[in-house]
Design a protein around this ligand. Structure first.
Ligand code: PAF
Length: 279
């Protein structure tokens, strides 16, 4: 695996490959890799000639300094995992290298940028859009792979690609879960061992929503789960929304693709997850 830290150097290397007719798969990450990321790399390997993984903890997408400061850093372990997955290129730029030009953060995401993560992490999606914009300009990948765990992020990235007319296909990949249902996440590295089991209750309440659609209106169901979660978590939101436009549902008939979204703190670890309510 070749490791690049300079945008210019990796761009030159990938341009050559592209001119030789090679397709490039891209998996953006902030490191602290886990099996979910490995699933993205595996899919990218299967669908492209070469695969680039980026590790860059993007300061622009953190609205709380403490969250940025405590984001897990596992570069040594990450590199070993990427090598064992036969990843071709690792790109880990500095912020000075990546943001040579000051990014504009004045996006209007419409309904995709309202509610849920947008409300609880002001500026987060503007930071995500800025970094993905930069990466797509430097790497010009054929395909880029994102996990559905960050479902609202995935919608924002698709919006960005359409707006900027990038020649990259965005591929959303199903969330990979532990056997107990807990979604794989870099933040799990910060969970205390005894919290692993409790953390899976987020999944259980999402499954509850899936099974009990008939008994409640969407907002009632969301409020019920929010109250239940409060027993062990500090929930920020439980929202049932349309998965295409992210608008919260008043009635089930408002959407053909309802999805439940949850964000909750367990001890000081912020967990998010979502599940389609079509079963
Ligand atoms: O999902 C993430 O890890 C990040 O938001 C991403 C897509 C790598 C952008 O920094």
């Amino acid at each position: 695996m070749k490791h690049f830290t300079s945008s210019n150097a990796i761009s030159r290397q990938l341009n050559k490959l592209e001119q030789a007719g090679q397709s490039i798969g891209f998996v953006p990450t902030m490191g602290a890799l886990h099996e979910g990321h490995m699933g993205l790399i595996e899919r990218a390997k299967a669908e492209n000639n070469v695969v680039v993984c980026s590790i860059f903890v993007n300061p622009l997408q953190f609205n709380r300094q403490v969250d940025l400061d405590t984001y897990p850093d596992r570069m040594k372990e990450d590199k070993a995992m990427l090598k064992s997955q036969d990843c071709d290129f690792l790109f880990s730029p500095t912020k000075e290298d990546l943001y040579q030009e000051k990014p504009a953060l004045d996006y209007d995401f419409g309904s995709l940028g309202r509610g849920m993560e947008a409300d609880y992490r002001p500026g987060h999606f503007e930071g995500v859009a800025a970094v993905i914009d930069r990466f797509l300009r430097v790497l010009k990948p054929s395909r880029a792979y994102f996990g559905e765990k960050d479902f609202q992020q995935l919608a924002i990235v698709k919006w960005l690609v359409e707006k900027e007319n990038f020649d990259t296909q965005i591929v959303g990949c199903e969330t990979i879960r532990f056997e107990n249902g807990l979604a794989m996440s870099s933040r799990n590295y910060n969970l205390a061992e005894e919290d692993f089991k409790t953390a899976s209750e987020i999944y259980q309440w999402m499954k509850f929503c899936q099974k009990n659609k008939g008994q409640f209106e969407p907002q009632e169901l969301a409020a019920f789960c929010f109250e239940k979660l409060k027993q062990k978590f500090e929930p920020e939101y439980v929202t049932i929304a349309d998965e295409n436009n992210m608008k919260p549902l008043e009635k089930w008939s408002d959407s053909k693709r309802p999805r439940v979204f949850i964000a909750a703190y367990l001890s000081s670890v912020r967990l998010i997850d979502n599940l389609s309510l079509i079963n």
